[in-house]
Design a protein around this ligand. Structure first.
Ligand code: ADP
Length: 630
């Protein structure tokens, strides 16, 4: 049969994989065993649910064969196998989804081996040690066997073969040894045994290999001879069925990395069993980094579902609420029907109970982490906090009560993270509202003139660094009876009675000037008023009730949003600033000029708030004019 080329992107990846990975080559074995184990899971499940596909449980195994003379290593399984179309589809394309990202990571990573599994390219790790790979397979759904052969970059050939048994046999022709690199280690009995123990011990199916045994020589008394005998190399106890006290961190981490395709250890392991209305064991993980496609369509959340140790479904998404979709792992329950399908899963009563229980457990694991492992929690929050916030504002805030104590904000207390509980617990007694300021960085927010007055009163300010934070606080409305209040709100109500009185007097004195400025601004602001919140800056623009300045900014940047709503603005002037004195003089001597001053000051105030100005050219000219006259 004609040789086929790998898809272009796949070809480049394969080149990289073959030529850039030198360390930790051994993981190819764990990847191939993991694929074999998945194929066996699928076959076993089929045999339990479809009478046409009955199979004896002891037929399901993985066999490793070593041929030192020809330098070949074989990994064979009696799993579901592949049809010729599946060989083409599964092995002809590398990294279907994240190929570009994969390449980036591969080029960047120093020890890049562990990122292979992550991108659905586990099979290709065979090429790290093999110069030629032959896959012989027969599917449960076909009579004909097929082989797939490739020597790497230059493509692959698929041909018909005779293969009586269902399953897949992968033959690796090991690369030639060089001065620096020896591949013979993968033909040694003890090395293979060691690797299986290290990476694949918990695989549920026997991984067998012929090993050398010394037996008494029948012909010569007192002497022994070596014979080959089949031995099972792995203990076959699923990790989650072992006692917690008997599992090392390293075992958890290895399991996580192999099964859930990550190259970093998880942030948190959640392993527990529940007995009751519904009994189950869960082994869950929170990754220590955000998966590259987490916020994209192709990210598939969900937990692996097992019933009595038998694999049923990958990625059962009904077991996880959206806000915890970053959790991966597996659930093993005796109370779930083996025949359950993705469709039934949604309505099944047991599954609903299960999902509720899982949700509670994840919640308390997060609470616990927040309380006892703050640093870890903050790292977790950097990765997935946004998703918890989504959880709060989705469905009209249905989940806000359970999630509000899990979110963190940076604050004016050294820019550090704070919970709402911590914030309200340490606020001065007379403080009523929870104050927040929006901006894209801590530095940017700390420069805002509006903060001064609030800080002076000793009030802490939350920094909303994400555009969505205001939606979150909007949906929550308050925390523990304290309303959220933007520092840009027109009526902050921070003044003492005396200050209020003073302000009223100044307003009355300058009514003519304030009104003239408002009229000059021609509807751009609802009011021009005396401010009591400014120290060093002459003006500020704030929002009246309703749409906030931050919302206006958010909408302005949202290409999907056609009718750009705007905040009703109020221009506040600092009566203690020299600019105000100047305004008074101009108003008295040359009232026609007030329009230009008002315009320049409003634009300045808009710029400070990061809002667009209507006529930048006009503004620049007026400023130039003022400089010239000064
Ligand atoms: P992943 O396992 O992450 O999907 P791989 O590159 O390791 O990516 O494998 C690609 C696909 O090839 C698998 O999803 C599976 O469908 C198929 N496959 C690989 N090895 C086997 C096997 N031993 N038996 C049956 N199918 C296999």
């Amino acid at each position: 049969m004609a040789k086929k080329q790998f898809k272009t992107e796949s070809k480049r990846l394969l080149e990289l994989m073959i030529n850039s990975i030198y360390t930790n080559r051994e993981i190819f074995l764990r990847e191939l065993i993991s694929n074999a184990s998945d194929a066996l899971d699928k076959r076993y499940y089929l045999s339990l649910t479809d009478p046409d596909h009955k199979v004896d449980a002891d037929e399901l195994k993985i066999r490793i064969e070593r041929y030192p003379e020809t330098r070949q290593l074989v990994i064979e399984d009696s799993g579901v196998g592949m049809t010729s179309e599946e060989l083409e589809k599964n092995l002809g394309t590398i990294a279907k989804s994240g190929s570009a990202e994969f390449r980036r990571q591969l080029e960047k990573a120093e020890d890049n081996i562990d990122i292979i599994g992550q991108f659905g390219v586990g099979f290709y790790s065979a090429f790290i040690v093999a110069k030629k790979v032959t896959v012989e397979s027969r599917s449960v759904n076909g009579e004909q066997g097929y082989s797939w052969t490739s020597s790497g970059e230059d493509g692959y050939v698929i041909s018909k073969i005779d293969k009586p048994e269902i399953g897949t046999r992968i033959t690796l022709d090991l690369k030639d040894n060089t001065e620096e690199e020896k591949f013979d280690e993968f033909l040694e009995e003890h090395r293979i045994r060691e690797l299986v123990r290290k990476y694949s011990d918990y695989v549920r199916y026997p991984i067998v290999m012929n090993v050398t045994k010394s037996i008494p020589d029948p012909t010569e008394e007192g002497k022994t001879i070596d014979t080959l005998e089949e031995e099972t190399l792995n203990s076959m106890i699923p990790l989650w069925k072992k006692k917690k006290s008997e599992i090392t961190d390293e075992e958890y981490n290895e399991f996580y990395k192999t099964k859930f395709s990550d190259w970093e250890d998880p942030e948190k392991v959640i392993h527990y069993s529940v007995e009751g209305n519904i009994s189950y064991t869960a082994l869950l993980f929170i990754p220590s980094r955000t998966p590259y496609n987490f916020y994209y369509q192709d990210f598939e959340p969900g937990l692996r579902l097992y019933s009595k140790g038998v694999f049923i479904l990958d990625k059962a998404k009904d077991l996880l609420p959206d806000e915890y979709r970053f959790v991966c792992g597996l659930i093993d329950s005796d109370d779930i029907n083996l025949n359950i399908s993705r469709e039934i899963l949604q309505q099944d009563r047991q599954v609903k109970l299960l999902a509720k229980s899982i949700e509670k457990k994840i919640h308390s694991a997060l609470e616990d982490m927040l309380k006892n492992e703050r640093e870890k929690y903050e790292n977790f929050f950097d990765n997935f906090g946004l998703n918890l916030k989504f959880g709060i504002y989705k469905d009209f805030g249905m989940k806000k009560d359970s999630l509000q104590d899990l979110i963190l904000f940076r604050s004016s207390k050294e820019g550090k993270y704070v919970t709402l509980k911590e914030y309200t617990e340490r606020m001065p007694e007379e403080q009523k509202a929870i104050y927040y300021a929006c901006g894209s960085s801590v530095d940017e927010i700390e420069k805002l003139p509006v903060l001064e007055k609030i800080k002076e009163k000793g009030y802490e300010i939350l920094y909303f660094l994400d555009e969505r934070d205001e939606f979150v606080s909007g949906v929550m409305r308050d925390y523990d009876g304290h309303e959220f209040c933007s520092v840009n709100k027109s009526d902050l109500d921070l003044d003492s009675d005396e200050q209020k009185k003073e302000k009223e007097e100044k307003t009355a004195e300058n009514k003519g000037l304030l009104d003239a400025m408002k009229d000059a601004l021609n509807g751009a602001v609802k009011e021009v008023r005396i401010s009591s919140r400014l120290k060093d800056d002459p003006v500020i623009v704030v929002a009246d009730e309703g749409v906030s300045l931050e919302m206006e900014k958010y909408m302005a940047n949202d290409p999907m949003n056609k009718n750009k709503v705007k905040a009703t603005k109020i221009l506040e002037i600092n009566p203690d600033h020299p600019v105000f004195e100047k305004l008074k003089t101009v108003y008295e001597n040359d009232p026609d000029k007030i329009a230009d001053y008002a315009d320049v000051l409003l634009n300045q105030a808009l710029l400070i708030q990061g809002l667009p100005i209507d006529d930048p050219v006009g503004y620049a000219r007026k400023v130039a004019d003022l400089i010239v006259k000064a």
